[in-house]
Design a binder for this molecule. Structure first.
Ligand SMILES: Nc1ncnc2c1ncn2[C@@H]1O[C@H](COP(=O)(O)OP(=O)(O)O)[C@@H](O)[C@H]1O
Ligand SMILES: [Mg+2]
Length: 303
């Protein structure tokens, strides 16, 4: 039996095929794979998150939005252990991360992939060498097998084979993002954190990257947490959206969030750009005309 919609078959630990088990086959679709509760993060006296709760279900694409400086990147960095919270609990795949031994933490690190806000490829390494970094760090794969896998990952993200031997500076912005995604997928991650993956791409490049993420998410049974300010991305691939407001998160579908009275949320989803994105999403689903056409669009606000 195959997973409806993806054509991918997964097996559970006993080797039995189960349509419910996704990702590396250890997770049941819909169960909460990430639970953040009572999170407080702070730099000096500046509080970024205060008693914040955030959770993500297996197999969903969770968008994360919020004004500039509201702590979206810090949230991701805190979840993956790069920033230490002042208070609160982070449970990933059922494990309280603060309670893990260092070897358990290393094993946990191989279960996520991350694409940082600025792509952050090592500029002195080729694309292939970049993808190899997490493989060397977190697996015992022999070099020949690593090379084969690198070729697979490069093809998976839609890069031509010869991109393997190029340095980041020799690639276009869109190709660099793809290379970063290939590195994030180097180890068969169950959850992918993407921080502004389409920032800096032109609208067509951004739309192509969104559909790539959507395709990979379905094919690999991934859970995705995607920080973005790109409304088209939210409509195109996110199942739910978390909005950072007042140091906490409000979560829902876009329709649910539009009923929130918060002024930032109202302006974001209900403003001209929000309506334009809703309209083009409706058009691509054949529902054009259901959403009021926006007036003249204002210039793109600084991200
Ligand atoms: N390592 C750090 N030290 C001090 N302040 C930081 C650090 N990282 C982020 N900040 C501050 O935390 C706030 C949230 O940052 P960030 O999560 O990057 O915002 P965004 O929502 O735009 O991604 C900002 O005011 C930023 O200046
Ligand atoms: Mg950020």
């Amino acid at each position: 039996m195959s997973d409806p919609g993806s054509g991918v078959t997964t097996t559970n630990g006993s080797g039995q095929i189960s349509p419910d088990m996704i990702g590396s086959g250890r997770i049941r679709r819909g169960e909460e794979v990430l639970q953040v509760t009572g999170l407080r993060t702070q730099f000096g006296t500046t509080v970024i998150h205060d008693n914040l709760d955030f959770s993500v279900r297996a197999g969903e694409v969770m968008g994360v939005v919020g004004g500039s400086g509201t702590g979206k990147s810090v949230l991701v960095r805190t979840i993956i252990g790069l920033n230490k919270p002042r208070a609160g609990r982070i449970v990933l795949f059922g494990e309280d991360v603060a309670a893990l031994s260092s070897s358990q933490w290393r094993a946990m690190q191989s279960r996520w992939g991350v694409l940082f806000q600025d792509g952050a490829l090592f500029s002195s390494l080729t694309v292939a060498q970049n993808i190899e970094v997490p493989m060397k760090e977190h697996s015992d794969l022999p070099p020949a097998l690593r090379q084969e896998l690198i070729e697979v990952k490069i093809a998976m993200v839609g890069l031509p084979p010869d991109a393997a031997h190029k340095f980041p500076a020799e690639l276009s912005g869109g190709m660099r993002k793809r290379a970063g995604l290939a590195r994030a997928l180097a180890l068969d991650a169950d959850i992918l954190f993407l921080d502004e993956p389409t920032a800096g791409l032109d609208p067509i490049g951004a739309a192509n990257f969104d559909s790539l993420i959507g395709d990979l998410q379905r094919a690999l049974g991934l859970t995705v947490v995607m920080v973005t300010h790109d409304l088209d991305s939210l409509y195109a691939i996110c199942d739910r959206v978390s909005v950072l407001v007042d140091k906490r998160v409000k979560v829902g579908t876009i329709d649910e969030l539009m009923r929130e009275p918060d002024p930032w949320i109202q302006e974001y989803f209900g403003g001209p750009r929000g309506r334009a994105a809703a309209n083009s999403a409706a058009k691509s689903e054949g529902r054009a005309g259901e959403i009021a056409a926006p007036e003249q669009l204002p210039p793109e606000p600084g991200a």
